[in-house]
Design a protein around this ligand. Structure first.
Ligand code: SIN
Length: 290
């Protein structure tokens, strides 16, 4: 590994500032993800539990809570501790505007999130994070894992020269891109926003790489061919660097809370024709800043 990459791993490895007293936090890797136990999300959290969950969220970016028998209302109440709920972009008629159903069956020809991405980055204010509660896992108990990748580390692993170059750039994120030529519903007010390529996390101020395949259309300051070459290099860096990643295996009643500001995720569709089902609640974020 390059010396600056070794330094980045050393710097990014999570060492909690204070020991946890009311929850247990078991890391998935030293660089991303943790399983949190000792808390029932159906119950009102104590101030100390809430403080420790917030600290663990900022430290690990992806928190996994097992055996959570949550109603929709409890799920939304837990999410609301972190901010206002983020409305679903295209809610089905008569459905809860804050619940996105994640559903795959033998009739599915595509599933949500089957590729590296962050959610809704074409919005001026993409979500802070999402909480996905899976209730049905594929028959046989394996398959349907979700991968997560740490975008702080994706940035820090680049050479100092590349980081300096990216620091001054902006990119257009276009909500029409994920439709890939399919007709866009007329009621969808397609978002399109220019964001810095490198932004700072709203809570920690740490830098991270903020481009993703489904939404980022081009880098504003470059020619189209330069932009495509650079974005392809960055996407390959995220996809081909296991060091950045962790993999969550779902069980029924697992809730995962990920930080959409500094994490990309990829839902693996390896279980066709079996079914997988869950509900996702997202939390409002703020405009990403360089
Ligand atoms: C998504 O939010 O992109 C889907 C995640 C998943 O199904 O695991």
């Amino acid at each position: 590994m390059d010396p600056y990459a070794l330094e980045a791993v050393e710097r990014i490895t999570t060492r909690p500032a204070e020991p946890y007293e009311t929850i247990t936090v078991d890391t998935i890797t030293p660089l991303i993800g943790a399983e949190v136990s000792g808390v029932d999300l159906n119950e009102e959290l104590t101030p100390q539990q809430e403080k420790e969950i917030r600290a663990a969220f900022l430290d690990h970016h992806v928190l996994v809570f097992r055996d959570q028998d949550l109603t929709t209302e409890r799920h939304k109440r837990f999410a609301a501790l972190f901010g206002e709920l983020h409305p679903v972009a295209l809610p089905e008629e008569g459905s809860d505007p804050h619940i996105l159903e994640i559903r795959a069956t033998k009739e599915s020809r595509a599933v949500a999130g089957n590729g590296w991405h962050a959610d809704g980055t074409a919005d001026a204010e993409p979500s802070l994070g999402s909480m996905l509660h899976i209730t049905t896992v594929p028959e046989g108990g394996s398959g349907g894992d979700t991968l997560f990748a740490n975008m702080h580390l994706a940035y820090e692993l680049l050479s100092p020269a590349m980081r300096t170059f990216l620091d001054g750039l902006t990119a257009v994120h276009d909500g029409a891109l994920p439709w890939m030529g399919q007709p866009i519903p007329p009621e969808y007010d397609v978002p399109r926003t220019e964001h810095p390529v490198v932004v700072r996390h709203a809570d920690t101020g740490r830098k991270l790489l903020f481009v993703n395949g489904p939404y980022t259309s081009h880098i504003t300051q470059l020619s189209r061919s330069e932009s495509t070459a650079l974005l392809d290099m960055l996407y390959a860096h995220v996809a081909r660097t296991p060091l950045l990643q962790c993999r969550v295996r779902w069980q029924p009643r697992t809730l995962v809370f990920w930080d959409n500001r500094c994490v990309q995720h990829h839902a693996v569709w390896d279980y066709f024709p079996h079914s997988r089902y869950g509900r996702r609640v997202a939390i409002n974020g703020t405009r990403p800043q360089a």
